[in-house]
Design a protein around this ligand. Structure first.
Ligand code: HXC
Ligand code: NAP
Length: 292
């Protein structure tokens, strides 16, 4: 992985990554191991965690700690944090990365469908945050949270309303605790990524095969991004590492948008003029000058 920080930057630091057994969480685990961290990954599926830990250990030569737990279960999360502290000797950073999501017209959602996303994304983040935060306070030690949200946590988005609602709550949590817990030496920041290919997100949010060709081509996320491409995992890993490290020691309560300009492209009133070919601008200029 192409990483920017020195290799031993997280030596003797334990970082917990929720949802660290797949997708972006797995890439973060690999990167943080390369940077010397002791890494614990937590999610529901024990088999997935075991496989992820084994492959990470083979790649990096470092031991990987894992705990099978559902972030919706507050008591289990308390017990998991205690287990991680006991096994690794401490806890210094938490990446709240576990999430659930799928596209659906909102009126088709059952009460349980709505709750399951809110419970994983918002309440799950609250459970790990409360548990780790109280541990750090009890030990009188500093700590750092990085919460993974999305760009539509600020803008909202049709068809992913439970996720948008829950991630907006995580943004509010991030900004609130950045102020309230700073006195304990706890920093809280968030990252709002644009599209980064993962099996978990792509299978639930971009189901191209279910659509006719014309609609499927509209689904290509790269087409909505000014830089003309989706994100690369190592780019996000570098940002997460920076936010976990003391190099970002003055950053607190920030939500870093990391989307190649995607949300701004969707927002700007005249951004559609990108579609106008250069040779048309003489005629357009002549027409607009008439408005003098
Ligand atoms: C409508 C659905 C549904 C769908 C599930 N449900 N999928 N409703 N459309 N596609 C309903 C179920 O019928 C059920 O309601 C309720 O939701 C809970 O579903 P379960 O399968 O029982 O829940 P659970 O096993 O807890 O699984 C949670 C999950 C699942 C969220 C539904 O998809 C999951 O495990 N996801 C984890 C990984 C993930 O989502 N990764 C993507 C993250 S990407 P009823 O009423 O029938 O009981 C992301 C941002 C990406 O967050 C941004 C990209 C730019
Ligand atoms: P992913 O691989 O599906 O990651 C989600 C992880 O969360 C999985 O490892 C899953 O593991 C875990 N998880 C889900 N429910 C859980 C629960 N109840 N308890 C504990 N763990 C649970 O998808 P991803 O794309 O890497 O997403 C990672 C994060 O990035 C999410 O916060 C997502 O919202 C955010 N994000 C992704 C993108 C993107 O383009 N990929 C864009 C913006 C934001 P188990 O199923 O084994 O529990």
């Amino acid at each position: 992985m192409n990483l920017m920080l020195p290799k031993d930057i997280f030596k003797n630091k334990t970082i917990l990554i929720t949802g660290g057994g797949s997708g972006l969480g797995l890439s973060m685990a690999e990167g943080l191991l390369e940077l010397g961290a002791t890494v614990a990954i937590l999610s529901r599926n024990e088999e997935k965690l075991k496989k992820a830990a084994q492959s990470l250990e083979e790649k990096t030569g470092s031991k990987v700690y894992w705990v099978a737990a559902d972030v919706r279960d507050a008591e289990k999360i308390d017990a998991s944090i205690a287990q991680i502290v006991q096994e690794t000797g401490g806890l210094h950073g938490v990446v709240n990365n576990a999430a659930g999501n799928f596209i659906s017209p909102t009126e088709r959602l059952s009460a349980n469908a709505f709750s399951s996303i809110i419970d994983i994304v918002l309440k799950g983040t609250i459970h790990t945050t409360m548990s780790a935060g109280k541990y750090w306070m009890s030990q009188k030690q500093p700590g750092v949270f990085v919460n993974i949200v999305t760009t539509y946590a600020s803008t909202g988005s049709a068809f992913v309303v439970p996720s948008a609602t829950a991630k907006a709550g995580v943004v509010a949590l991030t900004r609130s605790l950045a102020v309230e817990w700073a006195k304990y030496g706890i920093r809280t920041n968030a990252i709002a990524p644009g599209p980064f290919p993962t099996e978990g997100a792509w299978s639930r949010l971009f189901p191209k095969d279910a659509l006719p060709a014309e609609l499927a081509s509209k689904m290509d996320p790269a087409k909505k991004i000014p830089l003309g491409r989706v994100g690369q995992h190592h780019e996000l890993v570098n940002l997460v590492s920076y936010l976990l490290s003391d190099f970002s020691g003055f950053m607190n309560g920030e939500v870093v948008t990391f989307d190649g300009g995607e949300w701004l492209q969707g927002a700007g009133e005249f951004n559609w003029l990108q579609a106008v070919p250069n040779q048309l601008w003489d005629a357009i200029e002549a027409a607009t000058r008439k408005g003098k």
